[in-house]
Design a protein around this ligand. Structure first.
Ligand code: CAA
Length: 395
């Protein structure tokens, strides 16, 4: 049975802040961010955006009436959850008008959660092939202002429909996993910004990749010589180069044959968006699928997912013949091109101001023009608004 990603969509906020201007503010050489870190623009959420609106906006184009009728599970993965108890997926389920006999759950393991979601989705489809699973990775990556992590921030969501006989990517059954209890990046419940030991986090990421790869090979996974492209979790896009160096060390000949082109196209979207934690690996995958001119049909892709704390997983997939006909690359290109640049003052206010206070009642200013917006709270209950025409027509 072939199971995998039948459809995939990206959503990023409508605003960005450029990294060369951040470098000027920090009084450092812009090439540290542009080249050393590999980031050019940071996607910045407006006060009326959160992980729910990002997720619902990413999923909306994937939902027609047939898909709506067949989605039996929603798995929402995030590091930036909005409630300690209720799954953010339930807000998304409601905004998208999905059926009531559907299970909805939120997955957490830093940036790794969506990969656990994808693997669970494949297992559910294997069990009940007539049903589809909606997996959404959605995050706002936020560090202390003026910290070393600030230049890697970003926001965005990727939605995927997992089904039998997928039109885009067939996921292989082989899995390479590696878990280790380590404090490289974490966010206690009372904090809105992450704590991180940056150098340690890079070292543990690379160690995790090496172990996960060995575990994947032991599970019968492809040899590196059979893989054409590699997509890595990219907290900043230079990390893909560091990840590739693991293969240059342990599989020098195969890595040399692959060359930098194995991962360079997968960096393009991430450079213009920034870290999106759970969504970053899938943004790398979309970058590869959308921006590669040659036909990728039949090519094998290796994917490495990493979530600090830490869990790493290496898995692989084959691009399905005819995938281009189902691509949303034009929609993604338009969305990225139409974004508005923010001043430093506006970026600081939106990212670090008290726009979404922990009070019982407040309303957010109307900024975004997407199909869904976050309106504020009444009696501590979060409120959302939909202008999605597809849903109004469907209801
Ligand atoms: N021109 C070109 N390159 C320059 C430069 C210049 N003028 N100045 C510096 N550089 C280079 C440095 O040589 C260095 O390159 P290498 O990494 O290849 O050696 C690079 O720019 C970064 O410089 P520093 O190491 O001095 O940067 P830093 O100390 O400010 O911290 C960081 C970098 C640790 C990544 C920091 O941004 C951070 O803590 N980020 C958040 C944590 C993170 O992303 N960790 C990744 C692994 S964990 C994970 O993947 C989960 C997750 O999503 C968080």
């Amino acid at each position: 049975m072939k199971i995998g990603i039948d459809d995939i969509g990206l959503f990023v906020p409508e605003h960005f802040f450029p990294l060369d201007e951040l470098a000027a503010r920090h009084n450092i050489d812009p090439n540290k961010y542009l080249v050393g870190i590999g980031q050019e623009l940071m996607a910045v959420p407006a006060p009326d955006e959160d992980i729910v609106t990002l997720a619902a906006n990413a999923a909306l184009p994937l939902i027609d009436s047939a898909t709506r009728a067949s989605i039996a599970t929603v798995i929402l993965a995030t590091e930036s959850g909005i409630d300690q108890s209720k799954s953010a997926g339930l807000f998304v389920h409601s905004l998208l008008g999905l059926r009531a006999d559907c299970r909805v759950v939120e997955f957490k393991q830093a940036c790794y959660g969506a990969t656990a979601g994808l693997q669970m989705a494949c297992a559910l489809v294997r069990q009940r092939p007539q049903e589809k699973v909606l997996v959404i990775a959605t995050d706002i990556a936020r560090y202390e202002q003026n910290s070393e992590g600030e230049c890697t921030q970003g926001a965005g969501a990727v939605a995927m429909i997992v089904s039998e006989n997928p039109r885009l990517l067939e996921i292989h059954p082989h899995q390479g996993r590696y878990s280790l209890d380590v404090m490289d990046f974490w966010r206690p419940n009372y904090r809105s910004t992450a704590l991180v030991d940056g150098k340690l986090s890079i070292d543990v990421y690379l160690e995790s990749l090496q172990h996960a790869w060995q575990n994947y090979r032991a599970d019968g996974g492809l040899a590196l010589t059979d893989i054409s492209y590699l997509c890595f979790h990219q907290p900043f896009t230079k990390m893909a180069k560091k990840a590739f160096s693991v293969f240059e060390n342990i599989e020098p000949e195969a890595a040399k044959a692959l060359g930098d082109k194995a991962y360079s196209t997968s960096q393009l979207y991430g450079k213009a968006i920034g870290n999106c934690y759970t969504a970053s690996l899938y943004i790398a995958l979309l970058s590869l699928l959308d921006k590669t001119e040659e036909d990728l049909s039949g090519q094998h892709i290796g994917l490495f997912s990493y979530g600090s704390g830490s869990v790493g997983e290496f898995f692989s997939a084959t691009v399905v013949k005819g995938y281009q006909a189902h691509s949303r690359r034009q929609q993604h290109a338009r969305m990225l091109a139409q974004r508005t640049r923010l001043s430093h003052a506006q970026y600081s206010d939106w990212f670090y101001g008290n726009n979404q206070p922990a009070s019982a009642d407040y309303s957010t200013p109307r900024v975004t023009t997407g199909a869904f917006r976050y309106c504020g709270a009444e009696g501590y209950r979060r409120l959302y608004e939909s202008t999605a025409q597809q849903l109004q027509m469907a209801s």
